[in-house]
Design a protein around this ligand. Structure first.
Ligand SMILES: [Zn+2]
Length: 159
């Protein structure tokens, strides 16, 4: 595998990891209507949604539903109150992405040590790798063909 195709390995690791982080955010919510607010103890009316406080995980509502009144919860409070774990779709997607990340690891060219007598730290360069590794990596990158980084490398990365 030519040295420059290391950028394809890095691109795939970044893209797959970003997808995995997104999938980990697909969560189920336990009903929390009528529970005490973890922050102030008032009865929750079930309204929740986006928040104006970027440090909060979520804003829960309580009191009169005609008045937007609520508390910002941090991730720990939200998890204890209503987080019911990843959705089935998230779990399936995470398994899918983990297997693709493992395939990228198998296809990544091995590092060859080039440490010389003058070097104070060990030195490595990417080795050749398997002849089938690059075609496999190119196929794994196809779902990301619309990304600008892919477009810039299209001539080298297209199968
Ligand atoms: Zn509250």
């Amino acid at each position: 595998m030519p040295l420059r195709e290391h950028s394809l390995v890095d691109f795939l690791r970044r893209s797959l990891t970003a997808d995995k982080q997104r999938a980990q955010q697909w969560r189920k919510t336990r009903p929390f209507h009528d529970q005490p607010c973890p922050s102030c103890g008032q009865r929750l009316n079930g309204w929740y949604g986006s928040t104006f406080n970027e440090n909060a995980a979520v804003r829960v509502g309580h009191g009169d539903e005609r008045v937007i009144d609520g508390c910002d919860l941090n991730a720990e409070q939200w998890e204890a109150l209503a987080d019911d774990g990843p959705t089935d779709k998230a779990l399936a997607r995470i398994v899918d992405l983990d297997s693709k990340l493992a395939i990228v690891d198998l296809c990544a060219p091995p590092l060859v040590e080039t440490t010389g007598p003058e070097d104070t730290e060990k030195q490595f360069i990417p080795g050749e790798g398997s002849p089938w590794a690059l075609p496999v990596l190119k196929l794994l990158a196809l779902p990301y063909a619309q990304e600008p980084e892919y477009q810039n490398n299209r001539a080298r990365w297209e199968p």
